[in-house]
Design a protein around this ligand. Structure first.
Ligand SMILES: [Zn+2]
Length: 418
């Protein structure tokens, strides 16, 4: 089945070349796009009326379980450090999640992502009270809406041996049937034994680990005190950096030796500006890391354009980032997914943008439009794997009002337990 985009202004996401005409979009994983002279009669047609069309967005690091946290009651006392933010807010919440809450959260998140032009989510999930089957619930929720995914379960020793072993079992179960990663919380809650098991599991399934790295200075301090080395050195010694699928989230408090280790490894770094601002954990500096850096939202929301603008403005301050550099960093996640042959992020994932602009759009200035002008509200239609999954009337495949009503019910259940 081929979908025809009639009269599109197509922006090639790599070359930024803009061409006006019809575009044929092949359905299914790996489907391509091609410009065509004519639209055959009887074909499925989406009229674009000269609107801009380009590659849809992908989120490099998310926590879809955090959807039910929006507006939740404040913690018992105000956290005084990043460790307390985890203990009093996030670990208190994730321990209470059950299957119904996970499903409601993932469905609502998938809808929000689709509305904002996102068709792929790399997620990091934690539910120590209900690990079994959690990744399948999230996979189903995303697939129902029409999104593709790369999931992992957050392994940790923070809740003891039972939840840790259940997390390992859930990881193995998921990797038997889906592409995915081996999730680890962060160095300071992961024992040497668990780290070895995680790397072994990743090797067995030819994948990488997905771990928070030096999000706060305390992760480094803990590592040096307990393991006699930096966080990145510890991961390097474990073999975790040898996989081109490995994702290191944050990397805020790493030194120059750690930057060199990352640059010389195969691992990728994901940068989450708004979450760092929210937790007051520090600024991201790309110095010495090389090009394997992309961006995530870290559970804050599902808007890649908002995350890109925040990352760009932070980058202006920290390293003189140019709009084109920010654009490339927003798009690097596609290279990561392609390099690791992860299905679901092919060329047939597109957004049609209704972007009334006061200035011309050209190949040269498109990155500046992305960081200064373009926003989620300009997303008109979203095509995932060659099929329309959302447009201005809403998402196509699920009853949006029903999903959101159920999410509110589950949020109230969860909040009572906090
Ligand atoms: Zn995170």
């Amino acid at each position: 089945m081929t979908l025809y985009l009639e009269d599109a202004r197509f922006i090639d996401w790599r070359t930024l070349e803009i061409t006006r005409g019809h575009v044929a979009v092949e359905a299914g994983p790996g489907g391509g796009v091609a410009s065509v002279d004519d639209v055959p009669g009887g074909a499925e047609v989406l009229r674009c009326d000269g609107r801009l069309v380009t590659r849809s967005f992908a989120i490099g690091h998310h926590h879809v379980y955090s959807m039910l946290a929006r507006g939740m009651p404040s913690p018992a006392r105000t956290p005084q450090s990043f460790a307390e933010i985890l203990e009093l807010i996030w670990w208190n919440l994730d321990r209470k999640l059950d299957a119904e809450m996970i499903r409601a959260s993932a469905r609502a998140c998938a809808i929000e992502a689709a509305h904002q032009g996102c068709t792929f989510i790399v997620d990091h999930h934690a539910s120590p009270g209900a690990p079994a089957g959690s990744l399948e619930i999230i996979a189903e929720a995303m697939e129902e809406v029409g999104l593709s995914h790369l999931l992992c379960y957050e392994l940790s020793d923070r809740d003891g041996a039972g939840p840790r072993d259940a997390g390992l079992a859930e990881t193995a179960r998921h990797l038997e049937t889906h592409p995915g990663l081996v999730g680890l919380h962060a160095s300071f809650t992961v024992s040497d034994g668990l780290l070895s098991l995680a790397v072994e599991l990743a090797r067995k399934f030819s994948t990488g680990v997905h771990i928070h790295v030096a999000e706060a200075e305390s992760d480094e301090t803990h590592c040096r005190a307990h393991h006699g080395c930096s966080v990145v050195e510890r991961l390097h010694h474990s073999g975790a950096l040898e996989s081109p699928a490995t994702i290191l989230a944050h990397c805020l408090h790493i030194d120059d030796d750690e930057r060199r280790l990352i640059r010389e490894s195969k691992a990728w770094v994901v940068h989450n500006t708004q979450s760092n601002q929210n937790n007051a954990t520090g600024w991201f500096h790309p110095r010495g890391l090389g090009d394997r850096v992309f961006i995530g939202t870290d559970g804050m929301h599902s808007g890649v354009l908002s995350a890109t603008r925040a990352m760009y403005l932070e980058g202006r301050q920290v390293s003189g980032l140019a709009p084109l550099d920010a654009y490339r960093r927003m798009r690097r996640v596609h290279d990561y997914l392609q390099a690791n042959a992860i299905p679901g992020d092919g060329e047939n994932n597109l957004v049609v943008l209704d972007y009334p602009t006061p200035t011309p759009v050209t190949s040269e200035n498109w990155p500046a439009h992305v960081v200064y002008g373009l926003a989620s509200r300009h997303v008109h239609t979203v095509v995932s794997d060659g099929r329309v999954i959302a447009d201005v009337d809403g998402v196509r495949n699920v009853d949006e009002e029903q999903v959101l009503a159920e999410a509110r019910t589950q949020a109230q259940r969860l909040w009572k337990l906090l």
